[in-house]
Design a protein around this ligand. Sequence first.
Ligand code: A3P
Length: 285
Amino acid sequence: NYIRTKKYEGKLYVSLIPGNIKDHLEKIDSMEVREDDTFILSYPKSGTHWVFTIASMLRTGKSTYIGSPQFLDYNDVEVLDKLPSPRLFASHMTFDRLPRQVREGKGKVFVVSRNPKDVAVSLYTFLLKLNQADFSGSWEGFLRFYMEGKMLYGSWFQTLFDWEETEATYKGDNVMYLVYEDMKQDLLSNVNKMASFLGVTYDQSFLEEVTDRCTFKTMVKTIIDEIKPQDQEFIHRMSDEKKLPIYRKGEVGDWKNHFTVAQNEVFDKLYQEKMRNSKCKFRFE
Ligand code: A3P
């Protein structure tokens, strides 16, 4: 079940994991990594699928949609081992849980983050739509748990701090940090930066085509018609809605339609307190 979690060494993991967590994490740790593997890491609802779609186009050189990423968190490592290159994986886990070879510099890692108010709204509305989640809580209650970090994959703040620590201590050059709001502001320059980071070279016209194909509007309109039938099945299992429940509004600032004035004040107070020592500044509109 997507929303149920298992705790291991103080961290929460989604309970879809095959077998026990310790075994699964050990298998990921010793996974054989390929030079052209790409890993997309995020706190849920931060734009994982968006970055995945762009990265997949840059890796394959084709501007076609290929569905959803394979999650390290709950797929059988034996199955992931056999996937053809170029492989793209996603995960909501922290850096120390990635394959050892990645932490030694092999493959490429994109880390994407997004302001925590829009993440809260996106996660709440997603869980309501998800068949597997069996979730029907109120927004008020959800927000309380979210602020306390009692969520699948724990606290938004803690995840950000874990990444800040990785950024400060990890010496490898195979990690690139992306911000949802920056991508919304200027997608083409982010696509350009992503291509350089991956070490792939294309004509500017291809990078512009990728950018056009990865705007929210185009993705919502076309993605469902173009992705493979097995992915369509996956989408329908996820939700009764026709469109992928992942692609909802794709905006910065939709939190204003959900947070009451009082909720916003409480959240801002928590944000100020928690982010005291953080260098990250998020845009909320
Ligand atoms: P909203 O629910 O606010 O619309 P994830 O892939 O990490 O689950 O993130 C999902 C969020 O990313 C959703 O946010 C979704 O709409 C947004 N998203 C997906 N593709 C996008 C795109 N091309 N442009 C902007 N936002 C996008």
